[in-house]
Ligand binder design. Sequence first.
Ligand SMILES: [Zn+2]
Ligand SMILES: [Zn+2]
Length: 356
Amino acid sequence: MSMISWQMADPKKPLQRVETPVPAPGTGEVRLRVVGCGVCHTDLGFYYDGVRTKSPLPLTLGHEISGMVEAAGPGAEQWTGKAVLVPAVMPCGQCDVCKRRFGNICAAQKMPGNDIQGGFASHIVVPAAQLCEVPLGKDGRPAGTSGVSLAELAVVADALTTPYQAIRESGLTELDTAIFVGVGGVGGFGVQIAKAAGALVLAIDVDPQKLESIAPYADATFNAAQIAFKDLRKAVSDTVKEKGRRRTEWKIFETSGTAAGQQTAFGLLTFGASLAVVGFTMDSVNIRLSNLMAFHATARGNWGCVPEHYPAALKLVLDGKVKLGPFVKTFPLDRINEVFEMVHSRKIRERPVMVP
Ligand SMILES: [Zn+2]
Ligand SMILES: [Zn+2]
């Protein structure tokens, strides 16, 4: 039996289709038949922007993976035949930080499509210890009433779990206001997760299409490109007041990964607010850090999500509280070069999932 993978040998050249014998899983590992693999901006960073992968090239990219376990190495036999999500970041589980449930900063963590071969392939071998099982119904589809497919669920492994962890760590409750700056893939799912938690949810972007897509899930949307910052801040504040929510302790999430978005998010700080930096940009911003002091506010970053949170994040989707359907689009894996180009040139609104 052979395996197809689409490898990055040289970032200046199209990804190459390579056929090799199917690898055998080692001790504690399983081999998956990949069912879906989401395309993330991190993949594009490796391909277009010269971000270096930790593993040498050629490398198969892709770290948002769902699949079926078709072979297991010694010690992982119990996973055979199960549907699973592969966490985008898999901590070692053994070191000091892992033992303190801080595994997303584990120095020995493995990320498919970066530290190890990724998911833009027909098969992948991964460590079994951190996998998240997807319960299946009698019809062989993911359990629950959501109607979501196992391929679509691939985006849970990053696009959804990343804002999930940031929201959890912010301590968001149903009494709070959550403000998302940037409502593409990650921020859009963040809006839905915060709404499911019962918070008042405000969405800010500069792209009218993104605001239109997320409007049914947010309490209010604001286009930061159409109003001066001072007016944006007043509009946000007025909305919070109108809805009878606290004027303090806003939970602000920077999910645009742009310098302008970071300026906006920082500028929205209130007394006791928390700012989570979830998006990534190489650009720097000019801010007055002492505002944190004056507002007794908190800023923190968020890298990925520890595997422990995956089952709860998955449940939100299976219970229909977070909708994937309108935000995800599947493509055959052999169209990967075209799909990368579409995402890079922003010609697609949905998050693509490649299906082998
Ligand atoms: Zn990613
Ligand atoms: Zn570790």
